[in-house]
Ligand binder design. Structure first.
Ligand code: FE
Length: 355
């Protein structure tokens, strides 16, 4: 499968080409011109090429539908807004319910009805009217120092706000999508007052101002700056197996994963997912691609390459992910949590979380 040769055949005046080293060329193409020769579909993805390339190649091999992918690390929402109905994008792939919800709130998505998707994806992880669909699941967990956090000392998100943890907590920016979704889930569980007190309490317990990414928090635990950090599960896999930057293995070894709230509502989980754009010219192929990504073969690739949990039941976990043990996930629908994100974001400002 040669992505480069295929993409070169789709060049047009509206072409956007992203070169990623010698890995592959990705292009946004000409499906809207009406001159497309082959079946194709145009994808905007904030998920990385290393992850998507094998998935898209497998899809093309099975269906014959060519995928023109534009990798957008940032700025997808602005780009789709600017392009409007002329956007070449048929579908998007993005991580976190926040990003999917923001596209939906901007009116950029359209409903999809698919019995395949309804079967493969639990209702909790998709929009009730098919505006977006979860494809992988990650839990937002606590990374606790193996030496400085006693067994049973911390077992709930709510514990992060308890007085006993003063000066012992690390977390990235309260305004990051991951933390806004987490706070939104706490609004759903504990109400606005409960969530406000939680955010205030966590801020009061911080060892340092919110900074860095999820991995940087685990590094800070390793270095003794704090005793417990908040992060997504797949980073544990990425750190524990990191050959490029082997010191990250030490960060991973210094902590235990605690799945929070196992005796009550369960751990907050989030998704990466897909959605069909309102501007889609190749809607049928876009749906086909999402269906493929929710199926057994693709779910296995996701699980193997990115240490995430498959959204479809019955698909094997990566052995390392399995080694973290089973856990209970918060049963709140992500569509409901998404509704509280705006409030959660304002609440982070109100309590001056990052100051
Ligand atoms: Fe991430």
């Amino acid at each position: 499968m040669c992505m480069r040769a295929r993409s070169l055949t789709t060049m047009s005046n509206k072409l956007a080409v992203v070169a990623l080293g010698s890995l592959l060329w990705l292009s946004a193409g000409v499906a809207h011109s009406g001159s497309a020769l082959a079946e194709e579909v145009n994808l905007y993805s904030s998920r990385q090429p290393f992850l998507m390339k094998p998935l898209l190649s497998a899809f093309t091999a099975e269906t014959g539908v060519k995928v023109n992918m534009v990798y957008l690390k940032k700025g997808m929402l602005e780009r789709l807004k600017t392009e409007g109905r002329n956007s070449p994008a048929d579908l998007i792939l993005a991580a976190d319910i926040g990003n999917l919800h923001n596209h939906d709130a901007a009116g950029l998505l359209q409903p999809v009805a698919s019995t395949v998707l309804a079967h493969n994806i639990p209702a909790q992880y998709r929009h009730p009217k098919g505006h977006w669909f979860g494809l992988t699941v990650r839990a937002r967990v606590l990374y606790a120092s193996k030496t400085r956090v006693k067994a049973g000392e911390i077992s709930r998100y709510e514990d992060l706000a308890a007085p006993g943890l003063k000066g012992r907590v690390c977390i990235r920016s309260g305004k990051h999508v991951y933390n806004i979704s987490l706070l939104a889930s706490i609004i759903v569980a504990d109400g606005v007052d409960g969530a406000t007190n939680w955010a205030k309490g966590v801020k009061a317990n911080l060892a340092r101002k919110p900074q860095g990414n999820d991995r940087a928090q685990v590094k800070a635990v390793y270095q003794g700056e704090c005793d417990v950090a908040v992060g997504n599960t797949y980073y544990m896999g990425k750190m524990a197996t990191n050959e490029k930057d082997p010191v990250q293995k030490k960060w991973a070894q210094s902590v235990n994963i605690i799945f929070p709230n196992q005796a009550d509502r369960g751990a907050h989980v989030n998704i990466s997912g897909a959605a069909v754009t309102k501007s889609a010219k190749n809607k049928a192929n876009a749906v086909r691609l999402i269906e493929y990504l929710s199926g057994d073969a693709a779910q296995k690739i996701y699980a193997e390459r990115n240490f995430e949990y498959p959204v479809k039941s019955g698909v094997a976990l990566h052995p390392l992910v399995a080694s973290w043990g089973t856990f209970k996930a918060d049963g709140a629908y992500l569509s409901k949590i998404a509704q509280e994100r705006t409030r959660a974001s304002k609440l982070m400002d109100q309590v001056l979380f990052n100051n």
